[in-house]
Design a protein. Structure first.
Length: 163
């Protein structure tokens, strides 16, 4: 499928769009595998309301459709199904996290245009970032830590190369 006109960015795990300044940006297609409202233990409610329901392992868009892809997958293995952390961020399958993230990287780069940017966000609470770099067909260009465990990393889709 082709993206709607004027949509240059795909967020494949938008969740409740927590890190967006403009949570209704007209340039972004928001995608997530889940949809719904979740009550947190402190009484707040978060809403996951994607434009497209879909799994980052099988992105329903044509090859080279987007100039930028945002990939902020679930990063937790060790949280309860009904915990606030799981409601906010989702949870990885303990047995299949590596193949799922490998498929996610592959799909993100497939729908990304040549010279496009992949913005990857990760928290190292359960899995170190270096394990993720091994799953990407492209080497990271630049990145930064925002706190002790959270990183933002940028990849440029250029020729494939490994470390």
């Amino acid at each position: 499928m082709k993206p709607p006109a004027g949509k240059y960015i795909l967020d494949v795990c938008c969740g409740s769009r927590m890190f967006y300044y403009d949570q209704q940006s007209p340039f972004v297609v928001y995608m997530d595998v889940r949809k719904g409202k979740y009550q947190l233990s402190d009484g707040r409610t978060i809403e996951v309301k994607p434009d497209v329901e879909g799994n980052f392992c099988m992105i329903p868009f044509d090859n080279e459709s987007f100039s930028m892809v945002v990939f902020d997958p679930p990063h937790l293995l060790n949280c309860g199904e009904n915990s606030d952390l799981c409601k906010k961020y989702g949870k990885l399958d303990r047995e299949r996290w590596a193949p799922a993230l490998l498929a996610g990287f592959t799909e993100c780069f497939r729908v990304l245009k040549k010279h496009g940017i992949l913005l990857f966000k990760w928290n190292e609470s359960d899995i170190p970032m270096l394990r993720l770099f091994q799953l990407s067909p492209y080497y990271p260009l630049l990145g930064t830590r925002t706190n002790a465990k959270t990183l933002f990393v940028t990849f440029l889709k250029e020729k494939k190369y490994k470390k």
